[in-house]
Design a protein around this ligand. Structure first.
Ligand code: DP6
Length: 321
């Protein structure tokens, strides 16, 4: 087969990846833990073509040369440099490059499509490692539900901790800006490592946060997961803010959404927030309060729209785009 189709969903980290142990192999500096979404998705068509003399990439109907270098390198890593040139078409149903993990779903879909189109039989962990070399968070989107990524000496390990329906959680995303972020997360991480006085403390405390979150997931303890996830998120942003020049992804609406979540928590609603390399706020909650959380965030000043999703499956091949 020279053509294949794949779909992958973004994942949202509850224990964050921020920092690289090795830049050349893109090995993360810290372990992370995430939830894979269901309703947001990237669909990809990939064809290895005898006719094409260079790789091409179309994203949501538009030629996307800026991302092409990373895509070509990822394809070389999956299929070898002697491969045919690839025609890649990607469609995402959510904002791209805006802190909604679009690179995670894109590279997860890419490695799955490339593996199938080239007729290779790489297994899921191999594909996760290859996706992770392209974008650290992409490794987690190979798996569904609640996922852990742990970092070894030279490579990562990625595992599904719970299947999507083993602990139904709902993620409500408050979109506060549709445009792409000013600083790419990879560049921002390197700046943090070089300049933030909090970076070494971030690294040294991550193991404890990861262990707490793992325990909370295994015992389905929502309050415990909420506490450690919010703390971990705010620590990551403290590292960003104290970098030079500072990296501040938030806007006014980001803070207003955090206040909305605080007010819901004060009223006893099981919900917590997390924020990535962008101004969007992701509220994680139990399904029975999802409508209430969505409504409260929709009414919050500066929120443009709401996306909502239960947890979903890992990246996989499909029959068509
Ligand atoms: C804040 O995976 O986008 O979303 O490996 O450089 O591509 P690269 O970084 P990327 O970083 C994700 C950062 C984060 C936290 C997370 O998803 O764990």
């Amino acid at each position: 087969m020279t053509q294949a189709f794949a779909v992958a969903q973004p994942n949202i980290a509850l224990i964050k990846y921020w920092g690289k142990r090795d830049v050349a192999t893109n090995l993360p500096a810290v372990d992370s833990l995430s939830v894979t979404l269901q309703s947001l998705s990237t669909r990809m068509a990939l064809e290895f073509s005898e006719q094409a003399d260079s790789d091409t990439l179309t994203v949501n109907g538009i030629d996307a040369p800026r991302m092409l270098g990373r895509v070509s390198k990822c394809l070389d890593n999956v299929c070898g440099t002697a491969r045919l040139r690839a025609v890649v078409t990607s469609e995402s149903n959510f904002p791209i490059g805006a802190g909604l993990a679009s690179s995670a779903s894109a590279f997860a879909a890419l490695v799955v499509a490339a593996n199938a189109a080239a007729g290779l039989q790489r297994d899921k962990i191999e594909l996760a490692r290859l996706a992770g070399q392209a974008s650290g968070s992409a490794a987690r989107s190979l798996f569904g539900g609640i996922v852990s990524l742990t970092v070894g000496e030279t490579e990562i390990d990625v595992q599904q901790l719970l299947a999507p329906d083993a602990w139904p959680l709902e993620v409500v995303v408050a979109v506060t800006e549709e445009g792409a972020k000013a600083v790419a997360s990879g560049d921002a991480m390197l700046r943090s490592a070089r300049t933030s006085p909090f970076y070494s403390s971030w690294l040294s405390k991550q193991g404890a946060d990861f262990a707490l979150a793992l325990d909370a997931v295994q015992s389905r303890n929502f309050a415990k997961l909420a506490a450690v996830a919010e703390h971990n998120c705010l620590k990551m942003h403290s590292v960003m803010w104290t970098s030079r020049p500072p990296i501040v992804y938030w806007n006014d609406a980001t803070l207003s959404c955090m206040e909305t979540v605080r007010a819901l928590q004060a009223a006893g609603v099981p919900v917590f927030f997390t924020i990535d390399a962008g101004p969007q706020v992701k509220a994680v909650c139990l399904p029975e309060v999802a409508a209430e959380v969505a409504e409260a965030l929709r009414r919050t000043a500066g929120v443009l729209r709401i996306l909502q999703s239960p947890l979903g499956e890992g990246a996989r091949t499909v029959d068509s785009l």
